[in-house]
Design a protein around this ligand. Structure first.
Ligand SMILES: C[S@@+](CC[C@H](N)C(=O)[O-])C[C@H]1O[C@@H](n2cnc3c(N)ncnc32)[C@H](O)[C@@H]1O
Length: 389
């Protein structure tokens, strides 16, 4: 991720202006302010600020992109406010009616979903407040910024399309109009102006401020895509095997057969007589057997089965095919295979044991024994391993 930040900074080739200074490029800007931050970190009083992160100077510096973002209290804020803020002047009238409107927004905007966070607020909802209370160039402060959606909203107040998507009208001269009811008529009334507002974002959590920084800083899209693909490839190489499935096709049409599950628990309660032990020749009535867990069987039922390899042994693709073939082999002979998926170290299947003679159904334990012993023998043959699981 840090490589990504550095790429991004190198990508900006031209001269850049920052806090009233001009630099040959963005890398020079960053180096200049990093040197100031490095010096500031030597000041014991600076580190005494409540909530100062526990971290080495090098880590704080590596994460920071000063003066825009520092992974510690930002020593450049005073300068920033001095440069971009407008001192309060009681002679300049400021009056706004309290903003009271429905600000509900869906939570499916791609910007909103770029990074999740608890109690995250959609930026479009915040934009309505900012547009109501402020003018372009004003400073907006969010001391509990989380992922920085206030910063996103403040910037998007300068984006015509984003403002229009809120249902406002934007005039050519930048005036923003809202519709109001006047004597039963809808009239458009100016209430704000198009233009970005600058935001100061703060949070107790360095993770939150880091997310907020990334939300609010231009991204080198090419470098981002390259890095995202690299991370995905790494995760797939490490964890992909867990998600590889080998399954019965077409599962969907077979699943249609699944209707009317029986609630075996209620059946036990309502059954006045003691459940009978397993019938060695099959299941002809409700049967309860106590192994590690109670195993209940009812003639004609569907069962969701899960079984795994011994010691989470990881099966090769060939071995997984043997397990699936074993399930298929008995399909239509001893059981109806509704669906099955063979994972590297476990199997899920939905089956319905068939009748072996009138009114007597195949016992699940016999079926499982046949499937497991057939596949274990075949797998041990091709993998040259002993054992039966
Ligand atoms: C509800 S979340 C804000 C979410 C944000 N509106 C967003 O859209 O992502 C509240 C934030 O306040 C932060 N917080 C809690 N106590 C704080 C404090 N004393 N100083 C600064 N931030 C604090 C939490 O870390 C959390 O990120």
């Amino acid at each position: 991720m840090l490589d990504l930040l550095h790429d991004q900074n190198n990508a900006a080739a031209g001269p850049v202006e920052c806090l009233g200074l001009t630099f040959a490029n963005d890398t020079a800007r960053r180096e200049h302010f990093l040197a100031i931050l490095r010096e500031q970190l030597q000041d014991p009083a600076f580190r005494q600020i409540e909530g100062f992160p526990l971290g080495s100077d090098e880590d704080i510096l590596a994460l920071s992109d000063p003066p825009y973002y520092t992974a510690c209290p930002n020593p450049f804020i005073a300068e920033f406010i001095q440069l971009y803020g407008t001192p309060y002047d009681p002679a300049v009238p400021y009056h706004k009616e309290p903003f009271a409107a429905d600000v509900s927004e869906g939570k499916n905007d791609p910007i909103y979903n770029a990074h999740s966070y608890h109690t995250k607020v959609p930026h479009k909802a915040i934009m309505r407040y900012i547009l109501h209370y402020t003018q372009p160039g004003d400073l907006v402060f969010d001391g509990f910024c989380g992922t920085g959606m206030t910063g996103v909203a403040a910037q998007l107040c300068g984006d015509r399309k984003a403002v229009e998507s809120l249902g406002y009208r934007v005039e050519k001269d930048g005036a923003i109009l809202e519709s109001v009811q006047d004597n039963g008529q809808t009239v458009w009334k100016p209430f704000s102006r198009l233009g970005a507002r600058r935001a100061i974002l703060n949070d107790l959590s360095p993770a939150a401020t880091f997310i907020a920084y990334n939300y609010n800083t231009p991204v080198d899209v090419v470098a981002f895509e390259r890095e995202a693909k690299r991370i995905l490839a790494e995760v797939e190489a490490e964890c992909g095997w867990m998600y590889e499935t080998l399954h019965v096709e077409p599962a969907s049409s077979r699943l249609k057969q699944l209707t009317g599950f029986t609630n075996l628990a209620s059946l036990v309660k309502s059954n006045s007589s003691e459940p009978t032990p397993a019938h060695s020749n099959g299941i002809h009535q409700f049967t309860q057997r106590q192994d590690c867990l109670p195993h209940w069987q009812l003639p004609g039922s569907f069962y969701f089965l899960t079984f795994n390899t011994d010691n989470q042994r990881k099966l090769s693709p060939e071995s997984r095919q043997i397990v699936l073939d074993a399930l298929r082999f008995f399909d239509g002979q001893r059981l109806q295979l509704i669906t099955a998926v063979v994972m590297p170290d476990h199997v899920h299947a939905v089956i319905q044991p068939m009748e072996k003679s009138a009114g007597v159904y195949w016992d699940l334990s016999d079926l499982m024994h046949s499937i497991k012993s057939y596949s274990a023998n075949q797998i041990n043959k091709i993998e040259n391993t002993p054992g039966n699981r």
